[in-house]
Design a protein around this ligand. Structure first.
Ligand code: CMC
Length: 427
């Protein structure tokens, strides 16, 4: 039988080095080159980490060719269709779905921890009225580290789970407060009688005192369909393997910084248009396009190699087939078309973009399919959520993933400070 190794030969010197192939439980094998530098005196060069596995993980699995996504072994479709976001949080943190009693207790704990320290509330006043909620949110999460400035004992499960539950619970409150601050309107405190997703929508939309704004069309009582759609969006965002923001979270974790500072860094990384900021940009772009008859011209612009214009909500580093999260949301969007009033001009433009891009050779040959952000943008618009809150909503969903990855990193005895090297080409 052949050995599970790869031999690399330096054709200049004739030196050979042998490396083991590590078997994954699913997906690609991995070449273990940890000793390559000490063996050969050379670094590997891989900008954007397109061929690099930076850690071992049991949390999330993606098969980009098949369009498959699993959290702790469970297929995303089964999770999104049969389980709530809080069950998904429990699954990510505990590697199994909760029993009814465990879910009840987890839900209660998340409700109990949703309030903010009054001192932290004052932080919002320091920001200009028009501050983007992502800027405020990132700063507020860093500040949270000063209110819970404790050393986490990684041998003590209760301790690190408490730290995780606290951030999962407070993120919606911080996001809703960041939004209300951007409007200059008083905060609405979390309501212990409401479940996770309804509580967030209420904190965003309600009049001070918790009453719903009855006089504005579309801002009446929160509908079940809205809770279901948003809860599904949270679930689909809950984790996504070693994406850019998670890599940042692990990188900050590797320096020994506070977990909430690591999360705050993840929030900043997520804000970019190539990552979580795409959902806001999708709708901004559709609004900019303005009418169905202009779509073709913008598609041509996106195809022009001399123009850096990109079609937002299309393409993915890992999915070279349909993004399974996008598939679920497309189904949800079609299902909710009537209930959510999706037959708007914006929707017509979105459908035209989708139709042309899915049949155009430029997009087809590069495997550029609509990604999750294309559909979240559309569904969140139908839920009458303002664009500036799209990426904070991504943050709410992803926080559990970041903190689970932080825990995994801290418990991994092989983890080291993240410190890549470079190909020096200066003087
Ligand atoms: N519009 C037009 N052309 C595109 C697009 C796009 N959205 N995405 C990729 N391409 C082209 C790109 O120009 C390149 O063409 P060529 O081979 O001729 O040079 C080819 O497709 C490969 O692109 P790449 O940039 O090398 O691919 P990547 O894996 O490094 O980037 C991406 C992935 C998501 C950053 C990119 O597709 C993109 O910028 N998409 C738009 C932003 C977006 O929707 N981001 C959300 C991603 S999903 C959620 C998340 O992860 O947060």
């Amino acid at each position: 039988m052949k050995k599970s190794t790869v031999t690399l030969t330096n054709n200049q010197t004739g030196d050979s080095y042998e490396y083991s192939i590590l078997e994954s439980t699913r997906g690609s094998k991995v070449l273990d080159i940890r000793t390559f530098f000490s063996d050969s005196g050379m670094f590997t060069y891989d900008p954007g980490f397109t061929s690099t596995a930076a850690c071992e993980s049991t949390i999330t699995f993606i098969d980009g060719k098949k369009g498959e996504l699993r959290y702790r072994g469970i297929d995303i479709e089964a999770l999104a269709n049969k389980h709530s976001y809080l069950e998904t949080c429990f699954l990510l943190l505990n590697s199994r779905l909760p029993s009814e009693k465990e879910l009840h207790n987890f839900d209660l704990e998340i409700r109990h921890r949703a309030y903010l320290h009054r001192g932290l509330q004052k932080l919002f006043d320091a920001f200009p009225d028009n501050a983007h909620p992502m800027a405020t949110l990132s700063a507020a999460v860093t500040s949270l580290a000063s209110f819970y400035d404790e050393h986490i004992d990684m041998e003590n499960e209760d301790e690190y789970l408490e730290m995780a539950h606290r951030i999962i619970s407070k993120i919606p409150t911080l996001a809703a407060f960041a939004y209300r601050h951007s409007l200059g309107i008083p905060f609405v405190e979390p309501d212990i009688d409401l479940g996770f997703t309804k509580n967030f929508l209420t904190m965003m939309r309600a009049y001070p005192g918790g009453k719903m704004h009855l006089s504005v069309e579309g801002h009446e009582d929160i509908k079940d369909v809205e809770i279901r759609a948003l809860d599904t969006i949270f679930t689909l965002h809950a984790d996504h393997e070693q994406n850019a923001s998670t890599t940042v979270v692990r990188g900050v974790a590797s320096t020994g910084a506070h977990p909430y500072v690591a999360i705050s860094s993840g929030i900043s990384a997520l804000w970019g248009r190539a990552h979580g900021g795409a959902n806001e940009s999708v709708i901004a772009q559709i609004e900019y396009i303005g009418s169905v008859d202009k779509v073709k011209a913008f598609i041509e612009k996106a195809k022009d190699p001399d123009d850096d214009f990109r079609l937002m909500g299309f393409g993915h580093r890992v999915y070279k087939n349909f993004d399974p999260r996008a598939k679920i949301l497309k189904g949800l969007q079609d299902e909710l078309r009537d209930e959510l009033g999706l037959d708007t001009e914006l929707m017509k433009i979105a459908r035209k973009i989708e139709e042309i891009a899915l049949s155009d050779d430029y997009f087809v040959s590069r495997n550029l399919y609509p990604n999750i952000d294309f559909y979240t943008g559309i569904i969140l618009t139908a839920l009458k959520i303002p664009k500036s809150m799209f990426t904070p909503i991504f943050v709410i969903g992803r926080t559990v993933g970041w903190i689970t990855q932080w825990i995994e990193f801290k418990k991994d005895e092989t983890s080291k400070i993240a410190r890549p090297r470079q190909l020096y080409s200066g003087k």
